[in-house]
Design a protein around this ligand. Sequence first.
Ligand SMILES: [Ca+2]
Ligand SMILES: [Ca+2]
Ligand SMILES: [Ca+2]
Length: 221
Amino acid sequence: MHVFYIYAEDNDNDYTGDNLWSEKTDYIEVIDDDLTPPIITIQINGYNLNPIGGIDVNFTVDAWDPESGIDVSNISISCNNAVFYSLGSHVVTVDKSGTWNITARIFNADLDRGSIDQEFNEKIEYFNITDSFTKEMILDTIKRGILKIQSSEDQQWRQPGENRKRVMQSKFEELYQLVSAECDNYNQAYEKLLHDIKPKLTGLKTDENENPWGNGMFSNP
Ligand SMILES: [Ca+2]
Ligand SMILES: [Ca+2]
Ligand SMILES: [Ca+2]
């Protein structure tokens, strides 16, 4: 609601105190044409174990406001100290088990009277990383390693390639057993990976992109 007050005096000044005045107060109501905030969705697309032992979480944030659209300069999406300033798909890395959240704070573009009319919404999406889930991902990665060894060409290995492949495959299978066992064999698995498998992987000269093997980073869980 806007208030207008108008006051005016005439110029009848032949005698002091002879003049007259009028005043008027009027009101104009300016209605906000959009009172609803944006609608936000957050979708978790998948999880991947990354090369340094963290878990990459791929997620998509979408938002719309049928009346005003989205103010794309006012988007804030945060998770585990990472902040993103646009809608769409993003990847965030978490490094331990627990409950994590993605928080999206988004404004609509109701800017016909500047930012005074803007509405915003905030949505929080929680996701859980459990130890058993991490373990499944590690096992899956080892399995894929075994498949990769099996499908590699003998020529990619130092000769005799066939023997080296078989030895390496059995080491990966031992690693799989250590990780999948009920008791806590993670330290043993780590030692095996670091001191047995990693040095011998340098026997494989290059990967399929001709990058040298054996220089990857291994982090102790
Ligand atoms: Ca408005
Ligand atoms: Ca709206
Ligand atoms: Ca509004």
